[in-house]
Design a protein around this ligand. Structure first.
Ligand SMILES: [Zn+2]
Ligand SMILES: [Zn+2]
Length: 283
């Protein structure tokens, strides 16, 4: 089975400035089998008064790219939807009207802490109670995300550690946090699957999202093989840390990542072509 990177962005995402063509050129040069562009879909008007993702424009470009790479690289059209429980109905309606090959759901915020800024680590360290509250929100929102049944993949579970590693309360053995983790994993096992996000795996002291202990528990609970995601926002990061991430997957007891064709959404634009064998080689 070849290497697939199923969590990448292009300039169709508000925080990425690399064209889909440049991302694919890199993926093809690396000899990847498949890539999925999981572009940011943001439906929270408090953060984004207007969703910054232009579905029709992105889809038009993607169709050209998929065609250009036919036989060389499978290019899939995906979304990384930021999940909020109060927006669940709206997200569901959006996804009905906007088909994707892979629908990833991600929790990107856990009020009361903005975990995307390293400088906030100081605040978290000084207020362990705050970190605990944020973690409770993160875990319960992830449980709701998975229970919604809207998502093929749960993105970067544990991402709060990405910019602030090692300063969060230990979940295992904690009376309050461990049950929330178990509930979230149960929902994921029943309705979705995990991504192993390797964005910062090469940095000392950093972890994959999720950590290997969580991935192991997920497997023991019956979880499906995870997918690999680099979360690349620029060409050099495409496929990055794949070998390290597969090591993590094996440590957790899986033999390998899921094959990209297993994760395809039946409503997505590529599903039928894959069933008919006209897109990619099923290895
Ligand atoms: Zn994300
Ligand atoms: Zn992402």
């Amino acid at each position: 089975m070849g290497i697939s990177d199923l969590h990448m962005h292009s300039s169709a995402s508000y925080d990425c400035f690399t064209s889909i063509w440049d991302m694919c050129e890199r993926a093809a040069a690396l000899g990847l089998e498949a890539v999925a562009f999981t572009e940011h879909v943001e439906l929270n008007p408090e953060e984004f008064p207007r969703n910054p993702f232009d579905y029709h424009k992105a889809r038009e470009t993607w169709e050209k790219v998929q065609e250009a790479y036919r036989g060389t690289l499978v290019v899939l059209f995906g979304a990384e939807v930021t999940y909020w429980p109060h927006l669940e109905d709206e997200i569901g309606r959006y996804l009905e009207d906007h088909p994707f090959d892979i629908v990833m759901g991600s929790v990107h915020q856990a009020p009361v802490i903005d975990f995307w800024h390293e400088r906030n680590a100081r605040i978290v360290k000084a207020n362990p109670g705050m970190a605990r509250e944020a973690l409770k929100v993160y875990l319960s929102h992830t449980e709701k995300l998975a229970s919604s049944g809207l998502f093929d993949v749960v993105g970067h579970f544990g991402v709060y550690e990405r910019r602030m590693p090692g300063i969060w309360p230990e979940i295992f053995g904690d009376e309050e946090l461990e049950p929330l983790l178990i509930s979230a994993l149960e929902a994921i096992v029943q309705n979705s699957r995990l991504e192993v996000n390797a964005a910062v795996l090469h940095k000392p002291g950093h972890f994959p999202a999720p950590r290997v202990e969580v991935l192991k528990l997920y497997r023991e609970m019956g979880g499906l093989p995870p997918v690999f995601g680099s979360d690349a926002h620029h060409a050099p990061a495409v496929g990055a840390n794949w070998h390290m991430a597969r090591e993590v997957v094996r440590q957790a007891g899986f033999s390998d990542f899921a094959h990209w064709s297993e994760v395809l959404n039946p409503n997505g634009p590529s599903y039928r072509a894959v069933q008919q064998g006209t897109l990619g080689k099923l290895s």
